[in-house]
Design a protein. Structure first.
Length: 64
């Protein structure tokens, strides 16, 4: 996946050697992302762009 639209705070789905989990993006790196896993029992804290399978952007508050 191309990481141009991925920002810190977004949620991503990661496939790390067949283990699929959700995580918040802490920081975007040149070839991947630093993560904070949401799924319990996961201890992977980085992923390459190739391992990112889905991306959900964080939305701002509309003031309502």
């Amino acid at each position: 996946m191309v990481l141009t639209s991925v920002r810190p705070g977004d949620i991503v789905e990661i496939d790390h050697k067949g283990r699929i989990f959700l995580a918040f993006v802490n920081q975007k790196e040149r070839h991947g992302v630093m993560l904070k896993p949401i799924t319990p029992g996961i201890n992977y804290y980085s992923a390459s762009a190739r391992e990112v399978k889905k991306h959900w952007a964080r939305r701002g508050n509309n003031g309502g």
